[in-house]
Design a protein around this ligand. Structure first.
Ligand code: GLN
Length: 301
């Protein structure tokens, strides 16, 4: 799609391409960052190299590709889908439209998880795999099972695990919450418990009623956002299923939405009356992570 912001076809310096893109992106979110990131992507260089060399030439085919990406960004398509990547917890993740774009808020969940130094981890609704891969990259002893309902998401997560060299410690499983986990992982008489020290999840938690009006739902998968009526349907289901899979002293860390803290906490106490349940705010001060810590000795990994 052409926009009137572009000068007639001619050899173009990066500087001129950027200012045409800025005009085309007026009204979009973060126009400067978007214009720069997309041009760096098309030229195959970093954003800082682009900024240091505004005289770099943009070839006609690069210019055409750039114009198309800028037009899509102007229509609200997330930058991460246009470039195919997003940084999360210091690592670069492959992202495509079948998975939720990793958010900085979710880094809080990863930090809380790392502080517990768990050895056996389950990541439920792994999506791009950003939580599971960030944990594996920072916990060299950890073994992680990552489940998702979507085979497309699992394929992306597997690629991210390979990209960061942790594929060997991750097991991927197509599963609706915990339903497909092998019962052989459960503790039983005569069999040592191999249950999880941490269950982490960024499940869909947006109130279904509010979803239609949210711009985010126009581009990112409903499957990753729709938390049912009220938003906590899946969080509640996971809390009710999780008990047998958690080791003594283990914990759940679940991402939740702003304002969902009290409701999430009462779901947690209903499922785990003896646990310590805490809601951690994100940097903006919004309820973001529910921590449910089970009593019992914490065994080393
Ligand atoms: N953080 C996302 C949003 O507010 C929601 C992610 C989720 O439902 N897990 O758009």
């Amino acid at each position: 799609m052409k926009t009137s912001a572009w000068p007639p076809a001619a050899p173009l310096a990066a500087r001129a391409a950027l200012s045409a893109a800025l005009a085309a992106l007026a009204g979009a979110e973060s126009p400067t960052l978007t214009a720069q990131a997309l041009l760096a992507h098309v030229l195959g260089i970093t954003r800082s190299r682009l900024l240091a060399h505004p005289e770099l030439p943009v070839a006609p085919d690069q210019r055409a590709a750039y114009e198309q990406l800028v037009a899509r960004a102007a229509l609200g398509e997330p930058l991460a889908y246009l470039t195919g990547q997003r940084e999360f917890h210091g690592l670069d993740f492959l992202v495509e439209p079948g998975v939720l774009v990793p958010r900085p808020e979710t880094e809080l969940l990863v930090d809380l998880a790392l502080a517990r130094r768990p050895g056996r981890i389950l990541d439920v609704g792994t999506g791009s795999g950003c939580i599971a891969v960030a944990l594996a990259a920072n916990l060299p002893q950890a073994v992680i099972t990552a489940v998702d309902l979507s085979p497309a998401a699992l394929a992306v997560a597997r690629r991210n695990a390979r990209r960061h060299g942790v594929l060997g410690r991750l097991t991927f499983l197509e599963s609706d919450l915990l339903s497909a986990l092998p019962a052989s992982s459960l503790p039983a008489p005569g069999r040592p418990a191999s249950s999880f020290q941490l269950i982490a999840a960024n499940l869909p938690y947006v109130d279904r009623g509010a979803l239609c009006d949210l711009p985010v739902a126009r581009h990112e998968p409903w499957l990753a956002l729709d938390g049912g009526p009220g938003g906590l349907a899946l969080v509640g289901r996971l809390l009710r299923q999780a008990g047998p899979w958690l080791a003594p002293g283990g914990a759940l860390l679940l991402e939740i939405g702003a304002g969902q803290g009290p409701a999430a906490q009462s779901l947690a106490y209903a499922a785990f009356p003896a646990a310590r349940c805490q809601v951690h705010p994100d940097l903006a001060g919004h309820d973001r992570v529910l921590e449910v810590a089970l009593p019992g000795p914490v065994r080393p990994a």
